[in-house]
Design a protein around this ligand. Structure first.
Ligand code: SF4
Length: 287
């Protein structure tokens, strides 16, 4: 069963990509043609692309007023930013999708709505900088989905259960593996990229201000996209993760289980415990 472990996924892929193994496995389980799954994934990619465009609008604001317009600011300077190139673009796009979600726009939960910006942000950024085709991006989405299924099965993709490491951490791990597949790396490299991304988010708490999926969520999406790029590059240059991806996933579950309830989406600890949020107009919300 390829969703039982990253090792099983790597073995199933063999000399092929994880995307191919995952697509074949999914078609067998759903008793459908691979082409039908590809069509669904193409649609998901289109929704992702639209959510980037929507989120880049400088005018949109979330109902609380805490989120909106920040992605447009970052996009305006991303090519000359300190983290320029694909990294700056990925952060701006990830922030845009997360803002789109906060403003009740349509997004693809990947793996959740709170962490929806990381995967499209990174993939669409490298498409722009490296010239990948839509078909290649669709393949990468199959890889990301396969990794997400392993994490969901072994640990969790829910902030309420495992903290933000389970949401933004999982999204970064899925994205890192997808980027490696996209760049032509081996399945083992994809597993290592997954491990690198996840080990760098272990312990990340879920602490939405005012109980809203806005702050710090949208900023974690921007940071998660750049983390995924770094994790993928580390794996692609041949650095082996000293800890297997499956063990890192299991460690993430253990950390999540040890987290107090105040740090698992109850809106009581971490950033949520900061009493006020400063808006650009000086008003304090939600108090
Ligand atoms: S802080 Fe909580 S609600 Fe926000 S993205 Fe992370 S897991 Fe989701």
């Amino acid at each position: 069963m390829v969703e039982s472990s990253m090792q099983a996924l790597v073995e199933a892929a063999g000399q092929n990509s994880i995307a191919k193994a995952a697509r074949m496995d999914q078609a067998r389980k759903e008793h459908c043609e691979e082409s039908a799954l590809v069509e669904k994934m193409r649609h998901a990619l289109e929704v992702m692309r639209q959510s980037v465009q929507e989120g880049l609008s400088p005018e949109r604001r979330s109902l609380s007023g805490m989120v909106g317009g920040q992605a447009a600011l970052l996009y305006a300077r991303c090519r000359t930013a300190l983290g320029g190139g694909a990294s700056g673009l990925a952060a701006a796009y990830a922030l845009a999708v997360a803002e789109c979600n906060a403003c009740m726009g349509k997004i693809v939960a990947a793996p959740t709505a709170g962490a929806c910006g990381i995967l499209p942000g990174a993939l669409l950024a490298v498409q722009e900088t490296q010239g990948y085709s839509d078909e290649q991006l669709v393949d990468a989405l199959f890889t990301a989905a396969a990794v997400g299924r392993v994490i969901a099965r072994r640990a969790s993709i829910s902030g309420a259960q495992g903290g933000c490491q389970a949401e933004c951490g999982s999204a970064a791990a899925m994205t890192a593996a997808a980027l490696v597949d996209l760049a032509g790396g081996t399945p083992q490299m994809a597993a290592d990229a997954c491990a690198f991304a996840l080990m760098n988010t272990l312990g990340l708490v879920c602490d939405p201000v005012g109980g809203l999926v806005e702050v710090p969520c949208v900023y974690r999406n921007a940071a998660g996209a750049t983390l995924a790029l770094t994790a993928a590059d580390m794996a692609l240059c041949g650095i082996r993760s000293p800890i297997d991806a499956d063990e890192v996933i299991d460690a993430m579950k253990a950390v999540g289980d040890a987290m107090p309830a105040s740090l698992r989406e109850t809106g009581e600890g971490g950033c949520a415990a900061c009493r006020a949020y400063r808006r650009e107009d000086g008003a304090q919300t939600p108090g």
